[in-house]
Design a protein around this ligand. Structure first.
Ligand SMILES: NC(=O)C1=CN([C@@H]2O[C@H](COP(=O)(O)OP(=O)(O)OC[C@H]3O[C@@H](n4cnc5c(N)ncnc54)[C@H](OP(=O)(O)O)[C@@H]3O)[C@@H](O)[C@H]2O)C=CC1
Ligand SMILES: O=C(O)C1=N[C@H](C(=O)O)C[C@H](O)C1
Length: 250
């Protein structure tokens, strides 16, 4: 059987370089291109890539995806910075390229995907909830894509359960002291040398708290998710948001 032809865009980066090694090590995948900043996207078509793994920067991801989708190259996207406007744009491109699939995963690590799922399950049982994400100093953006997604999923679960919005009677003496408001869920971002990617979801109610914590200690933690997505995205036309849709979690 012929191997799936995979390219990595952002191959010189922290996660991109790990992805290059992971694709090279996979028996059923062939690394056909490894693009760094400044490399031409035409390399992807010249290399007949089936799938492009996009791991660059929020400023670069849209142009890269526009090119891939227009050329029928499936996308596996880890780059952050997703907004409703960006998703609508991508939806339009994909609609014009039938059969092409794009998976956007706020987090490729299985533990982080489970954290989001567990947080969704817990959300309706607790009066209050806050998210703390902690990352390395080189991170491009704040809050993390994972924290934003986690907060959105929690907020939706609370709303479905008919929970009242969280009240915060605190007087804020300094702007930012209570974090960012993501759909009513406070999200706090820590940037610390020595860390990689970590998240705590803190739930509280009368006389008890529940903390769900996940730690990515090495970029290897994202590789099984990336490889799985590369293998499955070719069978999933359209835009999919979240690796959980490619996993059997139930
Ligand atoms: N979904 C997930 O599970 C994960 C997502 N991420 C996300 O992935 C993205 C990258 O993270 P990280 O690896 O830490 O960042 P890095 O800065 O280490 O790597 C990004 C790389 O992309 C390169 N680059 C920038 N623009 C382009 C372009 N147009 N074409 C090709 N290469 C380009 C950069 O080049 P240069 O160095 O010259 O700027 C850099 O080498 C971030 O958005 C991050 O949040 C990270 C980890 C896990
Ligand atoms: O920049 C990172 O490092 C990470 N980015 C993603 C995010 O913003 O959620 C995933 C993971 O947290 C690592």
């Amino acid at each position: 059987m012929s191997k799936l032809r995979v390219a990595v865009i952002g191959a010189g980066g922290r996660i991109g370089s790990e992805a290059v090694r992971a694709v090279e090590a996979a028996d059923d995948l062939e690394l056909v291109a490894a693009l760094r900043r400044g490399d031409s996207l035409e390399t992807l078509t010249a290399a007949h890539a089936d799938v492009a793994v996009e791991l660059t920067h929020p400023d670069a991801v849209m142009e890269n995806l526009r090119f891939c989708v227009a050329n029928g190259i499936h996308g596996v996207v880890g780059t952050t910075g997703w907004t409703d406007e960006r998703l609508a744009l991508l939806d339009g491109w994909v609609a014009a390229s039938p059969g092409t699939g794009v998976l956007i995963a706020p987090n490729f690590s299985i533990g982080a995907v489970l954290t989001m799922r567990f947080a969704q399950q817990a959300a309706r049982f607790f009066e209050s909830v806050e998210v703390v994400e902690l990352h390395h100093r080189g991170k491009a953006d704040a809050p993390s894509g994972t924290a934003t997604r986690t907060a959105q999923l929690i907020a939706a679960a609370r709303e479905r359960a008919g929970l009242a919005p969280q009240q915060d009677p605190t007087t804020v003496g300094l702007e930012g002291a209570r974090g960012a408001d993501v759909d009513g869920v406070p999200v706090h971002a820590v940037r610390l040398h020595g860390l990689l990617a970590h998240q705590e979801v803190l739930f509280g109610d009368s006389g008890e708290t529940l903390t769900i914590r996940h730690d990515s200690l090495h970029h290897r933690s994202f590789m099984p998710g990336i490889l799985l997505a590369a293998r499955k995205v070719t069978e999933r036309p359209g835009v999919t948001f979240g690796l959980e849709h490619f996993l059997d979690l139930d």
